[in-house]
Design a protein around this ligand. Structure first.
Ligand code: SAH
Ligand code: SF4
Ligand code: F3S
Length: 443
C-alpha cells in the first residue's frame, strides 16, 4: 500500500480541502495517510498565497522535499492550493522535481493524476469551471462533534488587495440538498454543531425552478435538523448581510451569539481604496440591527493595517471603531502586496516600522477587550459543547462555549459530545476553567 503525507497551510477552506483529499485517497484508492514525511511515497503540499510570507514558505518546503526525492526518486511530489492555481506552470519551471500541480477545484482528480504520472513527466491541472469536487466527498463514518461543511467556493468581490478571486475563482454555490444531506448524516453520527464554510457564505443562493434558497433560508433549513444545536459560519461579507439574515438571528437560537464579520478598516477613505463596497456607517448599522434582536452578541473581525496611503488619522478611525463595537477578537495583518491585484499599483509611502507599530497597538487594544469579555464570564454558568480531552491537560475535558471560548474542566467521559452547563471559575484570554453543574439538564 502506498503511503501519503499531506501538509496544509492557509485558511479553513484549505483544511477542508485536505480532509477531502485524505478521505479520497484513503478510502477509495487505498493509500495510507502517514504523519511523517520520511515514510511517505507521495508528498502533498496544500498551499496558501494570501500574504507574501505564506507564499515564500512554499519553495522552502519544496526544497526540503527535493532532498528526500534525491534519496528516493520514486517519491511523487504534488502541490495544490492557492499558490498552485496562481503560479501553475511557473512552479514547475522553478522546481522541476514537482510531479503534479493541482488546484482547489481539481483536487478530486488527484487519484487519477497519481495513476497518470507513471506515464507523464508533469501533470498540471488547476482550473475548472464546474464545481464537481463536492460530488467526491465520502460521507464520514467517524464521529465528529462539529461538522465543518463548505457551502460555496470562490469569490466575486475583488477587493483591491486580495488574491482569492484569482486563486479560488468565481463563486460557485453547492446544491442545498447535498449540504443538508451531509449535515443529516453527520448529525446521525453525533454532530451537534455545524460550521458553514466559504469565502462569502452570506452571498449563498441556490435557484431552482420555483424555489430560491438564500443563505437565510439555508440557515433555517439546517436549524430544522433536530440533532444540530449550534450553527456557525465563516466568512460573511458586510454587503451581503441582508435583513433576512438578521431576522434569523431574531428567531433562531441555534445561530450562535458570536459573529465574525470582517471590516478591514475603520476609515471610509481606505475602505473605498480597498473596494470593500460599504461604509463604516453601513457596517455599524448591521451590528446595531443584530444587537437589537440579540443583545448578547459578540463580534470579531479581520483588519488590514498599513494599507497603501493609510494615514495616522485613518488608523485612529480603525481604533475608534474597534472600541465602539467592542470587538471580542480579531485576525489582524500587515498589508501584503499581492501580484496581479489592483492595490499593488497604489503608492505606499508608510514605513514598515510605522506599520508594525500600528499593528502592535491595534492588537494590544483587542487583547485587552478579549480579556474584558472573558472577565464578564467569571462566576457565570454557560453552556459548553464538550469536545474531548483537553489538549493542555488530558485528565481534564475541554469544550466550547457559544461565544467561541475554550473551557477546560474536570468531568466524565460520557459528557463528550453533549452540551452541558459549566460554571466559569478561572479566566485567561480565550482559555477558561470551570466546574460542570450537574443539577441542570444535559442534552
Ligand atoms: N472573504 C473574507 C476574507 C478572506 S481572506 C472577507 O472578505 O472578509 C482572509 C483575510 O485575509 C481578509 O479578511 C484580510 O484581512 C486578509 N488579507 C487578504 N488579503 C490580504 C493582503 N493582501 N494583505 C494582508 N491581509 C490580507
Ligand atoms: Fe478577498 Fe474580498 Fe473576496 Fe474576501 S471578499 S475573499 S477579502 S476579494
Ligand atoms: Fe490562503 Fe487560498 Fe485560503 S490564499 S487564505 S488558502 S483561499
Amino acid at each position: 500500500m502506498k503511503k501519503f503525507f499531506i501538509k496544509t497551510w492557509g485558511c479553513q477552506m484549505n483544511e477542508y480541502d485536505t480532509s477531502i483529499i485524505s478521505n479520497l485517497l484513503n478510502k477509495e484508492n487505498n493509500f495510507l495517510l502517514v504523519y511523517s514525511e520520511k515514510e511517505a511515497d507521495i508528498l502533498i503540499l496544500n498551499t496558501c498565497s494570501i500574504r507574501k510570507k505564506a507564499q515564500e514558505k512554499v519553495f522552502d518546503q519544496l526544497g526540503r522535499w527535493k532532498k528526500l526525492k534525491c534519496e528516493n526518486p520514486k517519491i511523487v511530489i504534488a502541490v495544490g492550493g492557492c499558490v498552485a492555481t496562481q503560479e501553475g506552470k511557473k512552479m514547475y519551471q522553478r522546481a522541476n522535481y514537482i510531479d503534479i500541480i493541482f488546484g482547489p477545484l481539481t483536487l478530486h482528480k488527484l487519484p487519477f493524476m497519481l495513476q497518470q504520472i507513471k506515464k507523464k513527466k508533469i501533470i498540471i491541472d488547476t482550473k475548472s469551471k464546474k464545481i464537481d469536487k463536492f460530488d467526491y466527498i465520502i460521507p464520514q463514518d467517524k464521529k465528529k462533534i462539529t461538522k465543518i461543511i463548505s457551502i460555496m467556493e470562490g469569490c466575486n468581490k475583488f477587493c483591491s488587495f486580495c488574491i482569492v478571486p484569482y486563486t479560488r475563482g468565481r463563486e460557485i454555490h453547492r446544491f442545498y440538498k447535498d449540504i443538508l444531506k451531509e449535515i443529516i448524516i453527520a448529525a446521525e453520527h453525533g454532530a451537534k454543531e455545524v460550521i458553514l464554510l466559504g469565502q462569502n457564505v452570506n452571498s449563498y443562493v441556490y435557484r431552482e425552478k420555483e424555489n430560491t434558497v438564500t443563505f437565510a433560508k439555508l440557515l433555517f433549513l439546517i436549524s430544522e435538523i433536530k440533532k444540530i444545536h449550534r450553527i456557525r459560519f465563516i466568512t460573511s461579507h458586510p454587503i451581503d448581510f441582508t435583513e433576512d439574515i438578521i431576522e434569523v438571528y431574531k428567531y433562531n437560537k441555534k445561530l450562535v451569539n458570536f459573529l465574525h464579520l470582517p471590516v478591514q478598516s475603520g476609515s471610509n477613505r481606505i475602505l473605498k481604496l480597498m473596494k470593500r463596497k460599504y461604509t463604516i456607517q453601513q457596517y455599524k448599522e448591521i451590528i446595531q440591527k443584530i444587537l437589537l434582536v440579540r443583545k448578547d452578541m459578540q463580534f470579531s473581525s479581520d483588519f488590514i493595517v498599513g494599507f497603501p496611503g493609510e494615514t495616522q488619522k485613518d488608523f485612529e478611525k480603525t481604533i475608534q471603531l474597534i472600541e465602539e463595537i467592542n470587538f471580542d477578537m480579531s485576525y489582524s495583518f500587515l498589508y501584503s502586496p499581492r501580484p496581479g491585484t489592483p492595490a499593488i499599483k497604489l503608492e505606499d509611502n508608510i514605513s514598515i516600522q510605522e506599520k508594525k507599530k500600528r499593528l502592535q497597538s491595534l492588537q494590544n487594544i483587542i487583547n485587552q477587550q478579549t480579556l474584558k469579555w472573558s472577565q464578564k464570564m467569571l462566576n457565570t454558568t454557560t453552556m459548553v459543547l464538550v469536545e474531548g480531552p483537553s489538549k493542555k491537560d488530558p485528565i481534564k475535558l475541554s469544550g466550547k462555549t457559544e461565544n467561541n471560548r475554550i473551557v477546560n474542566f474536570s468531568g466524565f467521559y460520557n459528557m463528550i459530545g453533549k452540551i452541558i452547563p459549566v460554571k466559569i471559575t478561572k479566566i485567561s484570554h480565550y482559555q477558561l476553567e470551570g466546574t460542570p453543574i450537574f443539577r441542570q439538564f444535559i442534552y
